[in-house]
Design a protein around this ligand. Structure first.
Ligand code: ZN
Length: 489
């Protein structure tokens, strides 16, 4: 397929022309959540970023097999190989079965994703459902000499791997530096080197989630599931692997090492990482007490929030930044996003009601090209949105009778907005809350009463300004003998 799409490949640190090599499907794998708590803004950013990739690739004609996992076992507390399993710990504290925790938070995660209008991936496999595949991969790595057993657990031998291959190539880390920064852990560990990572962990007596293996009753290491499930559903080589920037090291670095050690070659052609969300400039974390879940966002029930924000406001807020740029949360930014989203949706509503009026006053084909160019340039949603706002100026002028548009151009423009804003950006109309619409009614009445007063005082400049600007916003005003009537077009 001919296309101009360029993707930034984290592995080569450059933009590359997208040339998939796994027809008929483009294979895409994105690391999903560890389900021991509710999803937060960080989850929303990752899922929305790759939802755009999924939607746009399909829109320009690719078949996409999108796999995103659910981690339900093996992710230990400190993201390394020590400490308690996050899900097992939550289960212990809540006095529930681990699978009750998994089921509960997986359902809530999907509910959040549906609210954000995330298209569900093609396959959503779970780590605990793929133990044989993971064990098979450990055996391969062991057989090829890149793993060792220690006290019933199996670890990946990073030093040995690095003699033949390059550990750290994705994140730009050097094994010598890792040796220095992690030296203090040595001596107390069953690992040969502190940067080695677990492929299989022997379960201690407290650990309920355990499976039999030739080494011990245990469970797989966290990094292994993505390599094993990616290979199972997308093959030994696939196109795109995505995830949050926080997963680049060590998680994705370990994934590369596992695939090379087991199969002799790398699995992934393009690595894509979305940047993180900060809150008032600080990293979001439970210890800093600035943790906002998506349910908090939608209900407004969190001390950091001045009000509730709708799912589409959150979606629009995230799309206003490029996925590789940092994004800072603040109430001001969210309120601005709320207005921006409303302006775009009102613009589309106005556009869909327009009628052709004559030769077009602006170049619609050129405008369409600009919109696609933005998406082709590494999914640049903020540039696309800026273009869509530029177009709304014309739409409002046409609605106000100040500009003209020809029938074919109008058809193209209507399709363009509906396709890009709704199908690709995944925005959807949200019902205004009753409270919001009551406030809006009162504000419009207030403005029109000021206009009546201005007319009485023969201040026609003010009176015309109010009517014209309301018209541009899609509020149609009709003067009556005893006052006015208005409707939103
Ligand atoms: Zn992963």
């Amino acid at each position: 397929m001919e296309n101009n799409l360029n993707i930034y490949n984290t592995l080569t640190r450059s933009k590359e022309k997208f040339e998939p090599h796994t027809p008929p499907h483009v294979g895409m794998y994105v690391c999903g959540p560890t389900v021991y708590g509710d999803a937060h803004l960080g989850h929303a950013r990752a899922s929305i970023s790759f939802d755009i990739v999924f939607r746009y690739l399909k829109y320009i004609g690719y078949k996409v097999r999108y796999v995103s996992n659910i981690t339900d076992v093996g992710h230990l507390e400190n993201d390394a190989d020590e400490g308690e399993d996050k899900i097992a710990k939550k289960a212990r504290l809540e006095q529930l079965e681990p699978m009750e925790i998994v089921h509960h938070f997986t359902n809530r995660y999907y509910e959040n994703m549906n609210m954000l209008n995330i298209e569900r991936p093609s396959i959503e496999p779970r780590a605990s459902g793929h133990i044989p595949e993971q064990l098979e991969m450990v055996q391969e790595i062991f057989k090829n000499g890149f793993a060792y057993e220690s006290n019933g657990s199996v670890y990946f031998d990073v030093k040995k791997y690095n003699e033949k291959h390059n550990y750290g190539k994705l994140s730009g880390r050097k094994i010598e530096d890792l040796l220095e920064t992690t030296r203090q852990l040595e001596g107390q560990s069953e690992k040969r080197n502190s940067f080695d990572f677990a492929l299989w962990k022997k379960a201690d007596t407290r650990h309920i989630m355990r499976w039999k293996s030739e080494w011990s009753d245990g469970f797989p290491g966290w990094h292994l599931e993505c390599s094993a499930m990616g290979m199972k559903y997308l093959g030994k080589k696939f196109d795109i692997h995505g995830g949050g920037l926080d997963l680049q090291f060590p998680h994705h670095e370990c994934e590369i090492a596992q695939s090379v050690a087991a199969n002799g070659e790398e699995a992934v052609k393009y690595w894509m990482h979305n940047n993180l969300i900060t809150i008032d400039g600080k990293k979001m974390s439970k210890s800093l007490n600035n943790f906002i879940t998506l349910y908090d966002m939608f209900s407004g029930e969190n001390n950091l929030l001045e009000k509730a924000y709708s799912p589409m406001t959150i979606r629009f807020f995230i799309l206003q930044a490029h996925y590789r740029s940092p994004l800072d949360f603040s109430n001001e930014a969210l309120k601005a996003a709320e207005k921006g989203y409303a302006k775009l949706m009102t613009g589309i509503k106005t556009l869909n009601k327009l009628e052709a009026t004559g030769d077009s006053d602006f170049d619609v084909k050129d405008f369409a090209k600009k919109c696609f160019k933005a998406l082709d340039d590494d999914f640049n949603t903020p540039i696309l949105i800026a273009n869509l706002f530029d177009g709304i100026k014309h739409i409002n002028s046409i609605a106000a009778g100040k500009e003209k548009i020809e029938a074919n151009d109008l058809f193209l423009l209507q399709n363009l907005y509906n396709d890009l804003a709704l199908t690709v950006l995944g925005l959807q109309k949200e019902e205004e809350s009753k409270e919001d619409s009551k406030v809006l009614d009162n504000v419009i009445d207030l403005l029109l009463n000021i206009r009546l007063d201005a007319k009485k005082n023969k201040d026609f400049a003010t009176s015309d300004k109010i009517r014209n600007q309301l018209t541009e916003m899609g509020v149609i005003v009709k003067d009556k003998k005893d006052g006015f009537e208005w409707e939103i077009k």
